[in-house]
Design a binder for this molecule. Structure first.
Ligand code: WTA
Length: 660
């Protein structure tokens, strides 16, 4: 929550009245029709039916046990191994179907059929078992976008080990903290990964972390770049040495539906990331069901989600959802601008991609680059487009619709979170009319509402806080080792435990129009959204004050045309430190080292003082106004008024850094 203590209910700000009904040809072949909303009103019956997508070993006694709310149990008593849903259930009938078309950064390709993926996963599971991994162990994974990444995740799942993927763009410190929090027994990494032709030295970065991770017993290293790496005798082993010779058969370990599948860390409002815990059965049902309906998946589709598997979007919609549904996916290692700015469209043409799921920040970049890049390619294979990660502005939506979708493809703007595990708010293509910039309506089986400050539901036409008023199968179960924080962060704001009424507070502001359509307005807490990635202001502030020259720091996310938000930092310096260009560079690099490049401030302003309330709290909202060059809001609580005009001058002179 903001420092000033008050949280004015978010007002409904803009109006956008364009509306796109589903194209009739699309509607005629869609995977569902309107009746699904009605059908899903019986929540438990709906999820019972959808659970058929999953291969169970033993059926459940109860669909949902909510008696210990907010700790949910879905499909109680059921057992399964999720990799049997992803792999074994397809092998007999569709073994030759392509699971992944992998495209490397430099244009090399690999194809993995379901049969081959099954074999690779079994071999890797046998290798992990031989290295001592057993059910319940945590395994950290720090890799680039190579096929061995989903193989490693599935191998863990096959053994009942919990995977904790750490995005390859995170720093050594971030990796170390996550390994230590999870007390991971093994790390799986690569010698390096490729990014726009250059090598990211993952093993070298991991080595720094490994100096301070006592729980790690073994490090398994995939050779990708052939770079020289330091292998520690007895601890570090090559993937190709230990995996290749293994048997391609492996009996999957039987898991309870509520056994932990993975931990994924995400930024909250404190400096310590939250370990989001997902379990097996409900997550499988939720991701597969939403992947099927939201993307209108057909057996012949070529589906491409451009996310990195290091984020939840990759977990749910590159790995688990698509594999359970037996989909053919494209998996891409590289970046949109390499070797040229038409790389995405080249890939769409090459693989005849029919469903494309990407991020608004990418779309805004494409708009800036110009129509000529998509114009060079045949994009007629596309039939459905999706977005995720942040609100998409109407201009970018219209461009996506017109230039990429040729005005024939429905766009699904999908709202969800690491915590929700699955898409919760999105149109059903062929059913729901879309409005540019609105994620439209809660999916069947999902209940969302907008609350005001006092916890009352806001009537249609108003704005407030987005909440979820019913549990859903892929919901997070807790925060790893922090059940109290789990209750506090998500369930304390609007729940009424005395009345047994549990309301999940998402942390997003939203507006609901007269037709009940939801328009997401961004975070209402101290979490920023940079290119669709969540970064906490406090995490960046901690990294800033960790620099020897910085005394105090405040960080805000200011609006940015390309990245959605950009990090604007304000620092006071210690003693004799000189706030010049060199120091700015040094501090930015320091933050990149501490957290990762994505957290580097776009601008840093040095100031003799930060604006504070009389109780000494930094007024971030004021800094946001200053950064966005707005009229300043209420300054009556400000203790040191003089600082404001000075800061405005300094901020207007600050140059934003150009990042790659
Ligand atoms: C934001 C990513 C508007 C939102 C799957 C949410 C969105 C946070 C949308 C979760 C969308 C995600 N429209 N905002 N379609 N999708 N967000 O955990 O603020 O990385 O709370 O999960 O991204 O980010 P996370």
């Amino acid at each position: 929550m903001s420092d000033e203590g008050s949280n004015p209910t978010i007002s409904a700000l803009f109006s956008e009245d364009r509306k796109f009904p589903p194209p009739p040809e699309f509607a005629a072949q869609a995977n569902c029709d309107e009746s699904i909303y009605e059908e899903a009103k019986d929540r438990d019956a709906f999820w019972t039916k959808q659970a058929e997508r999953v291969a169970w070993r033993k059926r459940w006694d109860q669909v949902l046990d909510w008696s210990d709310a907010p700790f949910a149990k879905w499909f109680t008593g059921a057992t399964l191994n999720i990799t049997e849903s992803c792999l074994d259930q397809h092998v007999a009938e569709r073994g030759d179907k392509v699971a992944y078309h992998w495209e490397g950064d430099g244009g090399e390709t690999r194809t993995l059929t379901y049969q081959e993926l099954h074999e690779e996963v079994c071999k890797a599971a046998n290798a992990l078992a031989a290295l001592g991994v057993t059910k319940g162990d945590r395994v950290a994974i720090y890799m680039g976008m190579v096929p061995e990444l989903p193989v490693a995740m599935l191998a863990c799942a096959r053994l009942g080990a919990v995977h904790g993927v750490v995005f390859g763009g995170f720093s050594s410190d971030s990796l170390r903290d996550r390994i230590n929090d999870a007390e991971a027994k093994m790390l799986i990494t690569c010698d390096g990964s490729y990014r726009a032709g250059s090598v990211v030295p993952l093993k070298e970065m991991a080595d720094v972390s490994l100096a301070e991770t006592p729980s790690i017993e073994k490090v398994l290293v995939v050779r990708r770049t052939g770079s020289d790496v330091n292998m520690v005798e007895g601890r570090d082993v090559w993937w190709h040495d230990v995996v290749s010779g293994q048997s391609s058969e492996h009996e999957a370990v039987e898991m309870d539906a509520e056994d932990m599948l993975f931990i994924l860390y995400t930024s909250g409002t404190t400096a310590k990331p939250k370990g989001i815990v997902h379990t097996t059965g409900g997550y499988a049902v939720g991701t597969a069901t939403t992947h099927y309906y939201v993307f209108d998946l057909k057996p012949d589709d070529v589906y491409w989600c451009t996310a990195d598997i290091g984020w939840v979007t990759g977990h749910s919609y590159i790995v688990y959802g698509p594999l359970i549904n037996g989909a053919t996916s494209v998996m891409f290692e590289g970046v949109p601008q390499h070797p040229d700015k038409d790389r995405f469209w080249d890939i769409v043409e090459k693989y005849k991609v029919s469903i494309l799921y990407t991020a608004p920040t990418a779309i805004r970049t494409f708009v800036k680059w110009g129509d000529e890049y998509p114009g060079k390619h045949d994009l007629s294979s596309l039939r459905l487009l999706g977005t995720v990660g942040e609100p998409i502005n109407p201009e970018a939506w219209m461009w996506y619709h017109r230039v990429i979708g040729g005005e024939r493809c429905p766009i699904v703007d999908t709202w969800w979170q690491t915590e929700t595990g699955m898409i919760l708010i999105a149109p059903l293509p062929g059913v729901t009319a879309t409005k540019p910039s609105s994620a439209t309506l809660p999916l069947p089986g999902v209940a969302a509402d907008i609350f005001d400050d006092a916890g009352n539901s806001v009537p249609f036409g108003g704005g407030g806080y987005l909440t979820l008023t019913e549990p859903w199968p892929a919901m997070l179960r807790t925060l790893y080792k922090e059940p109290d924080r789990f209750k506090e962060v998500y369930w304390s704001r609007f729940s009424k435990p005395d009345e047994n009424k549990w309301v999940y507070f998402a942390g997003d502001g939203a507006k609901r129009d007269e037709e009940g359509y939801l328009w997401l307005l961004g975070r209402v807490d101290d979490v920023m959204n940079i290119s669709g990635h969540r970064i906490s202001t406090l995490e960046v502030e901690s990294a800033l004050v960790d620099h020897p020259a910085v005394a105090e720091a405040a960080v805000v996310g200011r609006a940015d045309d390309r990245t959605g938000q950009a990090i604007a930092a304000f620092c006071t310096l210690k003693g004799t430190a000189v706030g010049d260009e060199n120091l700015i560079k040094e501090i930015r690099d320091h933050v990149a080292d501490k957290i990762g490049k994505i957290a580097r401030p776009a601008s840093i302003v040095f100031t003799p003082e930060l604006p504070k309330t009389r109780s000494g709290k930094i007024m971030r909202r004021l800094l946001k106004d200053i950064s966005e060059k707005r009229q300043l809001g209420d300054v009556t609580t400000l203790a040191n008024e003089g600082v404001v005009s000075e800061l405005s001058d300094l901020a207007s002179q600050a140059k934003a850094a150009e990042d790659d």
